[in-house]
Design a protein around this ligand. Structure first.
Ligand code: NAP
Length: 291
């Protein structure tokens, strides 16, 4: 892909991470800019953890429109910003920065991306649903907070390290109007509780390539056709966890929708325009097929 349009008027945004070379975001955003005829460019910036403050100052100094932020900077970037959106504050992590009149505003589009993908692609409304989340890491936090803000009935959290699940449940209850309960992990998780859930979201890294033949210990036999089961992993496309859920006739979704819509929402925050979702989806899927 070339950039024949780059000139003195080009608006630049990008990704701050360490590493960044495997990111799909440049292909997804640049395809969107091209489709929309925008003189914009999205660049990957490998930012060493020691250099994050300078890189963030660089957004203003160089006149960037904003930036995405990924591992390992999502929490550390917070004190370097001027303002935080409410969801980013609750999640305690930022994945999108918008530079507005010299102010740097932090957002988190990861959790919203997950909920939006359910709404748009699965036609699923999370309102008043009972949701079980496996995991209590960074992705779980984003998803849990956004599901709470979307008005689920109650959140249930199960995680190998119970204290992390308890901490997340406590923060959800403090920060939102939604109740959150910790359930046992693995063999300690009763099938009867799993059977009563509407939505189940697997957010741990278990089953991610190359460990594709691994799935969390879970009472799979309790899953049924009335449930939606998601895995945030997208490589492999269908994890062993999702395969087992499909065998019980649950509806399954992988993590590509979340990845797509976190980008869609960032694009819309930066440009103020409606994102070309299908163009971004196609660009993303092309990258995924190359893995
Ligand atoms: P993280 O903060 O490191 O959290 C990892 C989670 O996995 C924790 O709950 C951890 O449990 C659990 N875990 C790890 N190894 C385990 C094991 N052997 N047995 C049981 N539990 C284990 O990572 P993250 O950022 O949340 O990412 C988690 C997954 O989400 C990754 O696969 C990532 O690719 C995916 N993700 C997808 C998207 C998307 O857009 N689709 C976005 C972000 C992340 P403990 O607390 O007990 O350690």
């Amino acid at each position: 892909m070339g950039f024949p349009h780059l000139n003195g008027k080009t608006k630049v945004c990008g990704l701050f991470g360490f590493p960044v070379e495997h990111s799909f975001s440049p292909a997804m955003h640049n395809a969107a800019f091209e489709q929309m005829g925008l003189n914009w460019a999205y660049m990957p910036f490998e930012v060493h953890p020691d250099k994050l403050p300078q890189a963030v100052q660089g957004i203003t100094a160089l006149g960037l429109v904003g930036a995405n932020v990924t591992v390992p900077h999502k929490q550390k970037v917070i004190p370097l910003l001027h303002e935080l959106d409410a969801a980013a504050r609750l999640i305690g992590a930022v994945n999108t920065i918008v530079s507005e009149k010299g102010k740097l505003i932090g957002y988190n589009t990861d959790g919203k991306g997950f909920v939006t993908s359910l709404e748009k692609d699965a036609k699923y409304n999370c309102n008043n649903k009972k949701v079980l989340i496996l995991g209590a890491g960074g992705a779980a936090r984003a998803v849990a907070v956004q599901l709470a803000l979307a008005g689920v009935n109650k959140l249930y959290i199960t995680n190998r390290s119970r204290e992390k699940a308890a901490q997340l449940a406590w923060e959800i209850e403090q920060g939102t109007a939604i109740q959150a309960e910790v359930l046992g992990w693995g063999t300690e998780l009763p099938g009867s509780r799993v059977a009563e859930m509407d939505l189940i979201v697997q957010t741990t890294s278990l089953g991610m390539s190359p460990a594709c033949n691994i799935a969390p210990d879970f009472p799979y036999e309790a899953l049924h056709s009335g449930q939606v089961v998601c895995d945030l992993i997208y490589n492999p496309e269908t994890t062993l966890f999702l395969k087992k859920a499909a065998m019980q006739k649950a509806k399954i979704y992988n993590g590509l929708g979340m990845l797509l819509y976190q980008g869609v929402l960032a694009f819309e925050l930066w440009t103020g325009l409606r994102a070309p979702v299908e163009v971004m989806r196609e660009a993303l899927y092309k990258q995924v097929k190359k893995i």
